[in-house]
Design a protein around this ligand. Structure first.
Ligand code: PEP
Length: 255
């Protein structure tokens, strides 16, 4: 397998931060810093920021995404947003299955799968998150957990549709905690996910799949993580809110 088959993607997850005006200001600050990026650059922003962020990013290499998407296109689903609505205001990506959705909002592997299929059918690109809890790592079942999640989350997704899916391996214990998986730990799981994709699809599809690491990636540790063979970029929370830190991670992915 050849790492050069894959273009890394650095995606910021702003979580529940920034108003539309602050979103615009941050994108304007980041734009010149990442203009020569040799990787994909995405910001997944709060719903209300999408239009402002897309307007600020227009004409640049920065793409805008949402942090979730519902599986129905419309209807009586108070508080939810459809893929069509996201696209109408400029979103091209959606994060699905983030551990904070699973942990705090009852998201299950089955609803993650429904969201993934609906987003892909509508033409959104998906950043699909999975990862083990600390106790699962301590019990030595990390790969079983991640394989189980990935299999259910991708059920019914074809090999051609998988080209529009980025898988983000995010150990839950590393998200927002300042604890980072070592490059070797992160690569081992990303490699295991690629192996699973070869089993579920085929070797070529697996070799081309973009698999990110996420979990306290920052300007200081990004280069070592991104140098790993099976890590094709990162999903970045905290550090994506700081223009210079985010740009340094993009530079590390472009090297
Ligand atoms: C995330 O929100 O997906 C994430 C990885 O957050 P942080 O970088 O802050 O750990």
């Amino acid at each position: 397998m050849d790492k050069s088959l894959r273009t890394p993607v650095i995606a910021g997850n702003w979580k529940m931060n920034l108003t539309p005006a602050a979103a615009k200001a941050l994108i304007e600050e980041v734009k010149p810093l990442v203009a020569d990026a040799g990787c994909g650059v995405v910001f997944c922003v709060p719903y209300v920021d999408i239009a402002a962020a897309a307007e600020a990013a227009a004409g640049s290499n920065i793409k805008i995404g949402a942090q979730n998407v519902h599986w129905e296109s419309k209807g009586a689903y108070t508080g939810e947003i459809s893929a069509e609505m996201l696209q109408a205001v400029g979103a091209e990506y959606a994060v699905i299955g983030h551990s904070e959705r699973r942990q705090f909002f009852g998201e299950t592997d089955v609803t993650v799968n429904l969201r993934v299929k609906a987003a892909l059918a509508a033409g959104l690109k998906v950043i699909l998150c999975n990862g083990e809890l600390l106790e699962q790592r301590q019990q030595g079942i990390t790969m079983e957990v991640v394989r189980y999640q990935t299999k259910i989350n991708l059920a019914g997704v074809s090999a051609s549709a998988l080209a529009n899916v980025i898988i983000a391996y995010e150990p839950v214990w590393a998200i927002g905690t300042g604890l980072t998986a070592t490059p070797e730990q992160a690569n081992e799981v990303c490699k295991g996910i690629r192996q699973l994709l070869a089993e579920l699809y085929d070797a070529d599809t697996a070799a081309k799949a973009v698999i990110q690491y996420g979990g306290s990636m920052n300007a200081a540790n990004a280069a070592d993580l991104l140098a790993q063979y099976d890590i094709d970029g990162g999903l970045i929370g905290g550090a994506s809110l700081k223009a210079k830190d985010f740009a340094a991670i993009v530079a590390a992915a472009s090297a």
